[in-house]
Design a protein around this ligand. Structure first.
Ligand code: ADP
Ligand code: MG
Length: 265
């Protein structure tokens, strides 16, 4: 950490902290995510996975990895700083004014490009939500937080108890079925809906009724002024059977909405 000077704390979670720092030699800003390493050796590999997976991702819409190092019982992941903050903050700033459709399409197209890239590498993100999607100063989307990500087909893919926010969780997960690439598609559908309405598609006053709504795929309809292709896409992404949901490849290349998205990429 001697090479960086602390600017401020920008995020605090169960993992540890996200710090905004400045590199002493280049003066460039970065984010350092500090993760408390467990004493238990078998859990150590889990904690290190986030750094390993992020270091393998090189895409214009994924937070760029710079380096990772361990100091005492902390793992520090140094990455690109996204000065536009996260998408949840951005949504809350809107209060009640809706985003314009062009912004929604542009952001969503970029998220899909990032998610398709990771799926093509056989990695699942498993925690796609507006709080884990960041914006740069020029409004480019950067997918971040690979803390729940895993490699597809590894036995560990299934051994991950769910701990995050429940709004984005696909019905098959509540049904104790394995997480798959289409579960990420469901979560992205939730983010798309949030961008279109500033609300979660599935909301309830108790866990039980939330899970019921998710498992029925029952959400309030989107406003009519949105392009019909977008309304159709949301419907497809919220199919309760994962097999009926489009893959990211389909969404970006051979879906009714693809042309619309491509003009916004
Ligand atoms: P956690 O595992 O606790 O969810 P995250 O990696 O999502 O950790 O970071 C927590 C919060 O810190 C994010 O929601 C975001 O607001 C902020 N943050 C993290 N990384 C960055 C970054 N590279 N640029 C800007 N903000 C970031
Ligand atoms: Mg997060």
């Amino acid at each position: 950490m001697e090479r960086y000077s602390l600017h401020k704390v920008i995020g605090e979670g169960s993992f540890g902290r996200a710090l905004l720092v400045r590199c002493k030699s280049t003066q460039e800003k970065y984010v350092v995510k500090e993760i408390q390493l467990p004493k238990n050796k078998s859990k150590l590999e889990n904690s290190r996975r986030e750094a390993v997976l992020l270091s393998r991702m090189k895409h214009p819409n994924i937070v760029a990895f710079r380096e990772a190092f361990e100091a005492d019982d902390l793992l520090c992941i140094v990455m690109e700083y996204c000065s536009g903050g996260d998408l949840l903050q951005r949504i809350r700033q809107q209060k009640t004014t809706q985003f314009c459709v062009d912004d929604v399409l542009r952001w969503f197209a970029q998220m899909c490009a990032a998610a398709k890239y990771i799926h093509d590498k056989r990695v699942l993100h498993r925690d796609l939500k507006s709080k884990n999607i960041f914006l740069t100063d020029n409004g480019t989307i950067k997918l971040g937080d690979f803390g729940s990500a895993c490699v597809l087909n590894s036995s560990k893919a299934y051994a991950h108890a769910y701990v995050g926010t429940p709004y984005y969780v696909a019905p098959e997960i509540w049904d104790n079925k394995p997480y798959n690439n289409k579960s990420d598609v469901w979560s992205l559908g939730c983010v798309l809906y949030e961008l279109c309405t500033l609300r979660h598609p599935f909301q309830a006053s108790s866990w039980k009724s939330l899970i019921l709504k998710v498992c029925r795929g029952a959400y309030p309809p989107l406003p009519n002024y949105l392009p019909y292709e977008l309304q159709y896409l949301v419907k497809q992404m919220f199919k309760t059977n994962p097999k009926d949901r489009p893959s990211l490849h389909t969404i970006l290349t051979c879906h009714r909405v693809s042309k619309l998205l491509r003009t916004h990429l």
